[in-house]
Design a protein around this ligand. Structure first.
Ligand code: 13P
Length: 388
């Protein structure tokens, strides 16, 4: 009788790890840089895989800064008699109550992880609401934006100084992954954005951040957010995405980031809002552009891709994701698309927008049911179920 504890096939870095195993397999360290402990590497790889598997599960982004949160609350129209001015302390309490309500409603069958703002994780201590139901808490690592002096419509992302200590504190508060967003301007070629300087700066920043995140035991989610407010056409957006992501992985490799223990969170390539042909493109066109970018620029060792929604209406963001996954489902070897990792969501606005409106109006039951509804729609989209 074979001993059931003896594995006939040695586990490897690219297998989805056995989430129940406590110790890393001894030979896991063979291909690691000497400074990696197999234990830490195993945990990073396990967490990264758990964020994007089983297929369909994805991430809920709730890492808006207090100012952005305030603007979202204030943006909900209320009847005149319900309008009032809130003090700073009351607004802090509102942020806490909103997050609490949302986290209690998060359905763990559809949501693998939630990105928290440091205030929510450390000051409010809300990570355990998620962790107790098997949802992985993560933390936003990036700071605020500063215009690049030579190109003021592009931005430096602050936050690298003192980052390791902040990430270690986040881990102590329960975080197991982090994210860093960099905005990337995108215009037509003639108008010339992004500049090469900005692309290199963003890639360098993400490489340094990702290495530090792994050092703190947190899976890094690198987030190149290519904007679509300008006049770029779809081909230009594809070109910029491909270039930005390729540069990011060059710098991540230069910093020896363990790609198997990382995730990427890109935008969907799409024509800009000022491009006159924007309306002609269907979700299937966006899906083909997106799959092409990922196949060309994301290394095969990255376990998953989780898209941001970028302020797209929820129905459109989920339609893009569904069309993308339907394309993957219909792609058979030797198509490159049949070899892509899970392509899922890490949505903020598209997942919670409707729920937040109800919460501001004081309707908690409706808030919960809308969050659950949109979590399920996102999950279905990541499985490739195209809305009829
Ligand atoms: P949106 O889906 O609202 O773009 O938010 C995702 C996010 O985390 C932006 O940094």
């Amino acid at each position: 009788m074979p001993d059931s504890k003896v594995e006939s096939v040695p586990p490897n870095l690219f297998a989805v790890p056995d989430l129940t195993s406590e110790l890393p397999p001894l030979h896991l360290d063979v291909f690691l840089q000497p400074y990696w402990s197999p234990h830490v590497a195993h945990e990073l790889i396990t967490t990264a895989n758990s964020l994007v598997n089983p297929r369909g599960k994805g991430i809920y982004a709730t890492d808006e800064s207090p100012n952005v949160m305030q603007a979202l609350f204030d943006g909900v129209p209320l009847n005149n008699h319900e309008e009032r001015v809130w003090s700073e302390a009351e607004n802090r309490e509102r942020r806490k109550k909103w997050r609490e309500c949302a986290y209690k409603a998060v359905p763990s069958e559809y949501i693998s992880g939630v990105i928290l703002y440091a205030e929510t994780l450390i000051d409010f201590g809300l990570g355990p609401i998620l962790a107790d139901k098997g949802v992985i808490p993560g933390v936003r690592a990036n700071g605020e934006l500063m215009p690049i002096p030579s190109s003021p419509s592009e931005f430096i992302v602050e936050g690298l100084d003192g980052l390791l200590g902040r990430l270690q504190a986040a881990r102590a508060a329960g975080a197991r992954f982090s994210k860093w967003r960099v905005p990337i301007a995108c215009t037509s070629k003639e108008r010339g954005l992004p500049t090469q300087t900005a692309l290199e700066l963003q890639a360098e920043t993400l490489g340094r951040y990702a290495a530090m995140s792994q050092k703190a035991g947190l899976v890094p989610i690198v987030e190149p957010d290519v904007e679509f407010s300008e006049d770029a056409d779809l081909a230009r957006s594809v070109e910029v995405h491909e270039k930005a992501i390729t540069l990011i992985y060059e710098r991540m490799k230069a910093y020896n980031v363990l790609l198997e223990g990382s995730i990427i969170k890109p935008s969907f390539p799409q024509p800009g809002l000022k491009n006159q042909n924007r309306g002609q493109y269907k979700p299937e066109d966006i899906a083909l552009a997106t799959a092409t970018v990922i196949a060309r620029s994301v290394p095969g060792s990255v376990p998953g891709v989780a898209f941001l929604s970028g302020g797209l209406p929820p129905a459109l963001a989920t339609h893009y994701l569904a069309a993308l996954n339907a394309l993957i489902n219909s792609s058979k070897p030797p198509s490159l698309f049949s070899r892509l990792p899970p392509l899922t969501f890490s949505f903020g606005r598209a997942l919670q927008g409707d729920a937040l409106k109800e919460w501001v109006k004081g309707n908690e039951n409706e808030t919960r049911s809308l969050l659950q509804k949109w979590s399920k729609v996102c999950w279905q989209s990541a499985c490739g179920v195209v809305p009829s």
